[in-house]
Design a protein around this ligand. Sequence first.
Ligand code: FAD
Length: 299
Amino acid sequence: MKENGVQVHLNTPVKELLMEDGRICGVELENGQKEYADAVILACGGLSYPQTGSDGDGHRMAGEVGHSCTRLLPSLVPLLVQEDWCHELQGLSLKNVTLTLRQGKKQIYQEFGEMMFTHFGITGPIVLSASTCVHKYLKKGNLQAEIDLKPALTEKQLDERVLRDFAEVPNRQLRNTLDKLLPKSLILPLIQVSGNDPYAVVHDMTKQSRLALIRTVKALPLTVTGTRGFAEAIITQGGIPVKEVMPDTMESKIVRGLFLAGEMLDLDAVTGGYNLQIAWSTGRAAGIGAAEYVKTLNE
Ligand SMILES: Cc1cc2nc3c(=O)[nH]c(=O)nc-3n(C[C@H](O)[C@H](O)[C@H](O)COP(=O)(O)OP(=O)(O)OC[C@H]3O[C@@H](n4cnc5c(N)ncnc54)[C@H](O)[C@@H]3O)c2cc1C
């Protein structure tokens, strides 16, 4: 296929980079065919969503001509959670909650927004963003997560609200209350996590039990044990170190005529279009850089 004077080969994997006298001179395709060129732009993506064709081939080819690669990790990816009750809530989505991640006393992440329970753990916008900063801590052990289900209320305000709700139904069992405050499927697990008896009658509850319930609504605890894999990771963290490319042209500092762009590089960001921006900006710089390079060769 030819487009704007450019020959496009669809569904044609490149097998390796061709070199001559330390310079790039083309690529060899999987079918053995060789395509010669003065410059090559390598933009094969990361390891995420390998069904799109990005399966780490680019890092292999760059490695074969001398580039290094930092550890590749799945990012913008759902998190695995240890607690079984969480898995049973799969499909439940929470809006306007605050997610906090800690390891020991260190707070790693906090964000307000939307999230969802799945059969393996948690996902959704604030969880995917959280995943961008968890790997270095997960190497040391599990993370403690807390979901504040009512971030707009202080514990005192929440207690007053619960007391008012309880006053309307003093003879009900605890498991049949809280429906004005929480999604139905969350009520029973939350009562159990708080250490309360779901069958306790509301007017028999001690202040201590009620406050334990309130504290659990403000900080529902979960244990994060890991992340899902590359197949579900929107982006790949790690890649070819940016110090191995010229920042203005994206030309390799190791191989003349080789230009690198996009997710193959050790660059990544949170959600919000920043990862596409990385791909577009480095791709544009590499395109202009490669054209200028070929021009200088022909002068
Ligand atoms: C489901 C999903 C949603 C996303 N949503 C957003 C978003 O909302 N905002 C955002 O900023 N980012 C988003 N991203 C991330 C963004 O799409 C990537 O960061 C960006 O596409 C990376 O561009 P790239 O050109 O470097 O790599 P890719 O887009 O991965 O393109 C690499 C191309 O190289 C091809 N290729 C690989 N190896 C070979 C080979 N050996 N020979 C020939 N071709 C090869 C692949 O088939 C692929 O077509 C999303 C990603 C996914 C998977």
